[in-house]
Ligand binder design. Structure first.
Ligand code: SF4
Ligand code: SF4
Length: 479
């Protein structure tokens, strides 16, 4: 296992010649990044996002709703519990709409302010931030860490790294445990862990998710964003000259150069950039924002915070590196002017469509019936003449109780004169259960012409005073 030695280099493939006989290297080495700690507005925002997302992720499985876990995706019984909702496979449409909402939100936020998701809420960013925080607590900030890594191996160095990896691993496995806790009741899972009695699949997923967290946040870090995440590649299709992105104000910053705090940059023919390199040192992807917008930039704003600190120290105006649009920089717009252009027609259309989808989804969930019925003619049983000279058709009714209480249902039938149910027409269905019932419908002989006739089943929920109806057909055989 490699660790953060500055002399060691990650090896990543680059587009190059496919043979090594030409003298070209097939691989490019990439230096490890030691991001420097930074504080400021965007850093606070990022930590706020870390706290909010992680409190939700780690806390939600421990919250109960009545007698069960509030959020549980029970794959065994194929039922998803989300607070008061019980979703069955037939409700998959809600999940599809949720995915559409997520994708659409991503498009909208990207068009407004670039890689907001990447910089603040993506699990890769969030976990890297947490892992870096642990690393800095144990190995020190950038310079101390680099110095320690460059030192020869010693008991102290081994001790620090062992502690760091032990905490990373423990945190990762807790993350894997929490993830599985969304699919298996987390208290049951916890008891199984303490009894060393985890099922094979649970064990696999705890370790798989845990080790993926350990590998991605501890080692791969920015490599995921740079080389593996597809979003970085197609985001430019959603950008335009009115998209807010982290930008270096070149007109104000150049020519760059160091100077004393008291020196007059105009006399020295210098811009506002003191060339301190702090914006590069804090960058988690190791890029220099002064080279313009690059696909590696995750829009975290760390460079803007670092530069603002420098501007404060120098007594210069903040915002040499800031969120701005290309048009705002080119035209020297004020904040208000910039926002007027950011909220352009495209954004308003995106927002309206998104709002409409969300409202439609909320309405549909609110109006969703607590039970559902499917009627299937029993094709194994032909229409036939039974006792009393009546014609009988047999149906199978699937009654799905999506509520969390036992419910009683009554089935009636209509559509032909004299049509009635000869079997038991009352059924009791357990909480969140599905029940198949056989229903026999009979028609007096001669009451209808031979052939297929449309009929209707009505299923009445006695407890909820609500009903559903389902169409079917009644076959009258030729004599
Ligand atoms: S360039 Fe700035 S905004 Fe972009 S990733 Fe680096 S620190 Fe974050
Ligand atoms: S932090 Fe600001 S002043 Fe320092 S190099 Fe970066 S842009 Fe220039």
């Amino acid at each position: 296992m490699s660790d953060s030695n500055p002399d060691k280099q990650r090896v990543i493939p680059i587009i190059s010649d496919t043979t090594s006989t030409t003298g070209f290297n097939l691989y490019a080495s990439e230096k490890l990044i030691y991001p420097r700690s930074v504080s400021g507005y965007f850093t606070n925002l990022r930590w706020l996002a870390v706290w909010v997302t992680q409190i939700i992720f780690y806390g939600l499985p421990w919250i109960d709703w009545g007698q069960r876990q509030a959020v549980l995706f029970d794959l065994g019984t194929r039922r998803f519990y989300i607070l008061g909702l019980v979703l069955h496979p037939q409700d998959l449409v809600y999940l599809s709409v949720l995915l559409i909402v997520a994708a659409y939100s991503l498009f909208l936020f990207t068009a407004v302010a670039g890689r907001l998701w990447c910089g603040y809420a993506c699990p890769q960013t969030v976990y890297t931030e947490i892992f870096l925080w642990i690393e800095k607590k144990i190995c020190g900030d950038r310079s101390a860490h680099m110095r320690r890594d460059a030192e020869p191996w010693s008991a102290q160095k081994i001790g620090r790294k062992t502690v760091k990896h032990a905490i990373w691993l423990a945190f990762s496995l807790w993350t894997g445990f929490t993830f599985v806790g969304y699919f298996t009741p987390i208290r049951v899972l916890g008891a199984e862990v303490f009894a060393l009695d985890l099922g094979a699949w649970e064990l696999f997923w705890v370790f798989f998710y845990g080790l993926a967290t350990y590998g991605n946040a501890g080692f791969l870090r920015e490599q995921i964003c740079k080389h593996m995440c597809p979003y970085a590649r197609f985001q430019s299709a959603m950008f335009d000259r009115d998209t807010l992105v982290v930008t270096y104000d070149q007109a104000r910053g150049d020519p760059r150069g160091s100077r004393s705090r008291k020196a007059d940059p105009i006399k020295l023919n210098l811009g506002a950039c003191v060339d301190c390199d702090l914006c590069v040192q804090v960058c988690p992807t190791g890029i220099d924002i002064r080279n313009g917008l690059q696909y590696e930039c995750i829009g975290c704003g760390a460079c803007a915070d670092a530069c603002d600190t420098v501007m404060d120290k120098m007594g210069y105006k903040r915002g040499l590196v800031k969120y701005a649009t290309e048009n705002a920089l080119a035209n020297g717009w004020s904040k208000a002017q910039t926002w007027r252009h950011v909220l352009r027609p495209r954004i308003l259309i995106y927002s309206s469509v998104l709002m409409a989808i969300v409202l439609a989804l909320a309405y549909s969930v609110h109006e969703r019936k607590e039970f559902r019925v499917d009627v299937v003619r029993d094709r194994g049983v032909m229409a036939r003449i039974v006792e009393g000279g009546k014609i009988e058709n047999v149906y199978r009714l699937q009654v799905m109780n999506a509520s969390e209480a036992v419910r009683q249902y009554k089935v009636t039938i209509s559509g032909l004169p004299g049509l009635e149910i000869s079997s038991d027409n009352l059924v009791s269905v357990g909480a969140a259960q599905t029940h198949w019932m056989v229903v026999r419908a009979v028609l007096p002989f001669g009451a209808a012409e031979p052939g297929s006739h449309k009929i209707k089943f009505r299923i009445y929920s006695i407890d909820m005073d609500d009903e559903e109806s389902e169409k079917s057909t009644f076959i009258v055989p030729i004599n």
